[in-house]
Every structure is written in C-alpha cells, then in structure tokens.
Design a binder for this molecule. Sequence first.
Ligand SMILES: Nc1ncnc2c1ncn2[C@@H]1O[C@H](COP(=O)(O)OP(=O)(O)OP(=O)(O)O)[C@@H](O)[C@H]1O
Ligand SMILES: [Mg+2]
Length: 441
Amino acid sequence: MQQQKTRVSWLASLFFLCGVHPSSEKKMNMKKSRVSEKQLSITRLSFSDFGKSASPKDLSSSLVGSNLHIFTLAELKLVTRNFSNTNLLGEGGFGPVYKGQVDEKLRPGLKRQTVAVKLLDLEGMQGHKEWLAEVIFLGQLRHTNLVKLIGYCYEDEHRLLVYEFMERGSLENHLFQKFVPPLPWKARMRIAVGAAKGLAFLHEAEQPVIYRDFKASNILLDSDYEAKLSDFGLAKDGPLGDETHVSTRVMGTQGYAAPEYIMTGHLSARSDVFSFGVVLLELLTGRRSVDKNRCRREESLVEWAKPHLRDHRRIYRIIDPCLLDGNYSTKAAQIAASLAYQCLSHRPKSRPHISTVVSTLQSIQDLDVDIKEPVIVYVATEDGNMLLKEETKNKDVVEPPAINTNRHCHKRRGARYLKSFSYSDTALYRNCPTRRRNGRA
Ligand SMILES: Nc1ncnc2c1ncn2[C@@H]1O[C@H](COP(=O)(O)OP(=O)(O)OP(=O)(O)O)[C@@H](O)[C@H]1O
Ligand SMILES: [Mg+2]
C-alpha cells in the first residue's frame, strides 16, 4: 500500500514537472464536456489530488518543482531560539508564530534572511488539513502579493510552516491595535490595491483559487506597505468550466463571510469580493468588521456603514476620524466607498469582478497626488508620557482634534500615548517596531 502510494506520488511529481498531474488529468477527462479548452492546460496540483494521509515522502516528491525547503523540528527550534517567547510574533487559530534567522549554513541555496515560523498548536482547532492546504497552495502559487512560503516541517505529529518575514506585521495590527499610529490614507490605498491584486491573481489563475479567509489579520505588510495575503488553510480550488460555485462546509470569519455563503455553503470568487468589501470598509472607517464594544446599531460594520456609502455628502460620517481633513482625497474616498458598496451587494452577481476592483482602486491612487501628508510628532507631557500630535508642514505643533468629539469615534484611539520619540510620519513608520497582537516585535 505504502509502496503504491509512493509510486503514485513519484508519477505525480513527474507529471508536475511536465505540467499535468495524473489524477488532474483523469478528473479533467471526466469533466471534459464541461471544461473549456483554456482550462485543459492545468499546471497546478489541486488540493484534492492529495490524500489527507499523504506521507512526508509523498508530499515532498509531489511538490518537487516548488523549491520548498523541508526542515526538521530540531532545525526550526534552533533558528527560533527554541521557540523563545522573545521571538514570538503573534498567535492565531493555527498556533504561535515565531521570528527566526536562516542562512545557507542551514540549507545550501537558502539566502540569509529573517523568517516567520508558524507552529501548529497540537491542542488547537486546526490541524493537518489546514497545514496541508497551506503547503499545497502557497507552495505552488507565487506572486508579489502573496506571502512567500519558504519551507515546512512534517515530523511525527508536528506541523510547521516557514515564511518570509513581513516587517510590518498584519493590517489588523495597524488598524486596530492600541499605541500604533494611524495609517495614512496613501498607505491604506496602497494596501487595498495590493490585496486586491493578490485576490485577482488567485481568481484569474488557469485553475482558480478561492481564498475564503480574506480579512485584515491575513493581510501582511512588508516594509513598503506592500500587502501580501497569508493563511491559505481554508483556500479552495474554484469551480471549473461553467460551474458558478463549489459547495463547502461553511468556514471563515464572522463579519467577513458573504451572506449567501453562510446561508447555502455555495462558495464563489464573488464571496471573496464581498470579504474584500468588508476590509475596504475597515480601511475607510478604521472600525472592525464586528465590534462588540459598540452599541448594537453599530456592532456590525457593514450594517452601520452601508446606508452612508452611496451618498457622497454623507461620506464624512463614516471616514476614520484619525484621517484628518485634507489628509485624504474626498473624491477618492467617495469612489472607494461606492466600490465597497458594490462589493457588499447581497446579490453575488451584482458584485464587481476583482479585476474591476483593482482598476478602480488604481485610478483612485492617481487622485491622491495633491493631498497633504501629515507630520506626526511626539510631545512630552508633564507626567513624562509622550503625546501624539499632528502638524501640517511649516506650522507649529497643533492639537489633534479631541478623540471623542466625533460621535462615531471609538475609544480604540483613546490612548495615544507612546514611550518613544519619532519625528515625521515617514520616520515614525520606519523607526517604530511593528507591534504584534502579543506585543512583541
Ligand atoms: N510572515 C509573517 N511575518 C511577520 N509576522 C507574521 C507572519 N505571519 C504571521 N505573523 C504574525 O503572527 C500573527 C498571527 O498570525 P496568524 O496568521 O497565525 O493568525 P491570525 O491571522 O492573527 O488569526 P487567524 O488564525 O484568524 O488567521 C499575525 O497577526 C502576524 O502579526
Ligand atoms: Mg492569519
């Protein structure tokens, strides 16, 4: 049996190198009548081509063309200083994530770099299936707006993933964590474009992928605010041919999942577009998709914001109060708001294609040329804390508007005190260590 499995995977790797997998080929033959000519040139191994019980050897030989490094647990302990707490970057549903250093002493050809090592929590809710999905999808998909998987470890019950390190952590941390300076408008739009391009790459691939877990915590940022999608544990091969959706168990994150998907389990690229609309709203408003700390009327971001999105005169009611007047283009905000409105349509067919989302957001970036960039300074207060202040260039330091004067402003920005000095907005972002959910850089 084992021998047979190995033979199959050896064949698989051969076909993988040639561009077609045997079981993909068989499946394609079965579906031939429904699948268009274009889709016959499938080059990626799909998730269903792997049994959940694929052995480490099966996996490594099947993914032989993907250049993934296979690490031992002992090696990953070494690079993360024994999974030390000082290296902890954060923790999600899969398990803790640690910072580490690798170089070619570990593997020939491995460049010296910082990595993020994600360790499966053996007591947690996720397991081998999510780990395998990540290895299979991210191992084969490469794009500027997807985080790069460098390698993995598959040893006994241990499952680990090794990624390129993303200096600025997740979008969620930048938007919602205390003591993190507000993201400037341009950075928000750059992130929205990058994340949309990542989704477009998945949706428009010859063998499309539905991401299924698009949310602020899964968008990681590099030093230039280039957005990269991470976490492919829930990703699904998209429908082929004339099919409009795939049927799945309903999984994902409350507040981001599309209503028709929650109701029926029918998953399509348009479900990702809905989730994109939610993240775009988070970028515009600075509010979480679901916030139990707010009054009931405002708990759900989509329900609260949607009535304001189409009326250009009401846009100021929902824009993040941390984005002061003049620091963003009103016209761009109006276009982004109406794009979010379309993405959030209850009818999947009325939502735009992700390529339209990308082009609309790119056109907004061109409207940004004249906006004033804020300069953030810190001023010592009598009690020795640092107060975040904002000034426009060539002016004395001015008080930022009181945080709670805007009736929609939330207490999340209430504590804008920091212990460190930074001078300008740009310097601030460059110098400020990225703060993680668990507070470590
Ligand atoms: N490649 C990476 N580079 C830098 N930091 C990372 C990287 N991957 C993850 N992190 C950090 O680890 C944290 C946890 O990430 P993880 O994806 O495991 O969980 P999450 O997205 O917060 O939650 P969920 O389980 O709902 O996806 C992230 O918030 C991020 O700050
Ligand atoms: Mg995540």
